[in-house]
Design a protein around this ligand. Structure first.
Ligand SMILES: Cc1cc2nc3c(=O)[nH]c(=O)nc-3n(C[C@H](O)[C@H](O)[C@H](O)COP(=O)(O)OP(=O)(O)OC[C@H]3O[C@@H](n4cnc5c(N)ncnc54)[C@H](O)[C@@H]3O)c2cc1C
Length: 481
């Protein structure tokens, strides 16, 4: 018998498209016919990995950090069978170094709620007492509606809420650029507020950071291919979609590579692509549609720069170290993160902090480190040698042992299109799942989730678009009765 079920197309195999396809494939108890179209040869989108010729291993193109409050992402990873491949810091512990090489630990326990955070802030020696007291004031300054501060940049918001210049330079700047991929003067304050509410001041108590312990391709892309194809999703990689055909208020077809696909009256299509790929999907005569115009306004991208370093002999560094007032923002101990080193290996005796057992507090030997610059626009034009030199110098500041080590290999990765820029006042352009066409839906990290462009925003938007499609199909079924 012919399969008369509507076809549900998802365009884009990044986290948002994977989330949409995963939810649709369950189909509210009714198995759906889902087709996932991805331009690249593999799924995963910006959560990508590559095989490094130097050591033959798979590494991530750029370090991704998770929050324990990434509920949608964790739900998706659970479905993919990889949630256990995330490790979370407990207690929350980060080393932060200022420009004078003062290294301070910002740490709080997770079980003491807001009291734990308060004790962590007061115990943070990287800031003067006055600045620490200003940090405590931020909670009272958070507006009820995040959108009420969307017209402000994060720096103005921080100044208005009584943060000292020292607290902004040494603490908020690093936190903001890392969480939003933009410096405080460029990003909407609404996004900083949403992060603070969801991470530090959520009803569940202050949250913590997590990281993947396997390459992203083994966390997301590979398992998604296995799960979705097992559920009968038709996955077509290397299938770039273009030329949407629009007629009588709905999408009636498109090109997938060179193949013309026509869509039946019940068929639905979710676009889960980044803003810089969005415009190309629409015919020229539809360029003036407000949706297309709005997304074009979001198509400026903020880059992320990663410098992976390999040493001849191990250097001792903490799991994660942040640098304020520095060209380079983070140094990650990749051997520790990926379980190639860890408790049991010998910490640097000079820096070993006796009495504490959390791996995040200790310095561990590693031969591979990853150094990251968020919001890296100004560094993109610099040559590889200069960037590697900057990264090496930063590692030497962190670990005296690095002075006596040689680099045996380095890889510079410039991700020019890392995240969309959500500048002040741009929240209004972020699209909802619904569009001006009855069977076209929108997902992706640009969608109107109120979050910065993150994995969590992408996954939430994918689930949300799938829910809207389900609702639409139910409405149709009800009307057809
Ligand atoms: C280096 C780096 C570090 C990051 N760090 C973090 C972090 O620490 N924490 C965090 O939460 N987030 C981080 N992010 C952001 C996060 O990766 C993204 O927000 C998220 O992965 C976006 O998912 P998406 O599905 O919206 O888009 P994408 O992952 O871009 O997926 C879209 C997919 O659509 C495909 N596509 C595009 N056009 C077409 C077409 N015409 N036809 C078919 N397919 C098409 C693309 O090939 C792509 O696979 C980071 C991003 C980068 C680049």
């Amino acid at each position: 018998m012919a399969d008369t079920r509507p076809v549900l197309y998802v365009v884009g195999g990044g986290l948002s498209g994977i989330a949409a396809a995963e939810a649709l494939s369950l189909g509210n108890g009714r198995p759906r016919k889902v087709v996932l179209l991805e331009a690249r040869p593999h799924l995963g989108g910006r959560t990508g990995s590559y095989r490094e010729a130097f050591d033959g291993q798979v590494h991530d193109t750029g370090q991704h950090l998770f929050m324990d409050g990434y509920v949608a992402t964790r739900r998706l990873l659970k479905a993919l069978g990889t949630e256990s491949r995330l490790a979370f810091l407990d207690p929350f512990s980060l080393y932060l170094m200022d420009r004078k090489n003062n290294l301070s630990l910002f740490e709080y326990p997770l079980h003491n709620g807001q009291f734990g955070l308060l004790s962590g802030i007061m115990g943070f020696s990287g800031l003067s007492l006055r600045s620490r007291l200003s940090l405590l004031r931020i909670r009272g300054a958070l507006p009820e509606r995040n959108t009420s501060v969307d017209h402000l940049d994060a720096r103005s918001f921080l100044e208005q809420s009584g943060q000292t210049p020292e607290a902004i330079e040494k603490f908020w700047e690093l936190l903001t650029v890392s969480a939003t991929n933009l410096p405080t003067h460029r990003v909407s304050a609404a996004l900083l507020v949403s992060i603070l509410k969801e991470s530090l001041f959520s009803g569940e108590g202050p949250g913590t950071l997590g990281y993947n312990t396997v390459p992203l391709s083994e966390l997301v892309g590979g398992p998604a291919l296995t799960l979705l194809s097992g559920r009968g999703v038709d996955i077509r990689c290397q299938s770039s979609v273009s030329g949407l055909k629009i007629d009588s208020g709905r999408v009636t077809g498109f090109l997938a590579g060179k193949e013309a696909v026509s869509m039946g009256p019940e068929d639905q299509i979710i676009l889960a692509v980044p803003p810089w790929s969005f415009e190309e999907l629409f015919p020229v005569e539809r360029m003036n549609e407000p949706l297309v115009q709005n997304v074009v306004r979001l198509s400026e991208a903020s880059p992320i720069l990663s410098v992976h370093l390999w040493f001849d002999r191990p250097v001792s560094v903490p799991l994660i170290s942040g640098f304020s007032e520095n060209a380079l923002h983070w140094v990650f101990n990749k051997d520790l993160m990926m379980g190639r080193s860890g408790p049991g290996s010998l910490p640097d005796p000079l820096l070993f902090d006796f009495g504490y057992s959390s791996p995040a507090r200790l310095f561990y030997p590693a031969t591979m480190l990853s150094c990251v610059v968020s919001g890296a626009g100004s560094l993109l034009g610099h040559g590889d040698d200069e960037l590697v030199g900057t990264a090496f110098e930063t590692v030497k500041r962190l670990s005296p042992s690095a002075v006596r080590r040689n680099l045996v290999h380095a890889r510079v990765i410039r991700d020019r299109f890392a995240t969309p820029v959500f500048a002040p006042g741009q929240g209004m352009y972020r699209p909802d799942a619904r569009s001006f066409l009855s069977n076209l839906w929108i997902a992706g990290d640009m969608a109107d989730t109120g979050l910065p462009a993150t994995m969590e925003g992408a996954v939430r938007s994918g689930f949300h678009a799938a829910e809207e499609v389900e609702r639409q199909l139910e409405r149709r079924r009800f009307l057809d009765r």
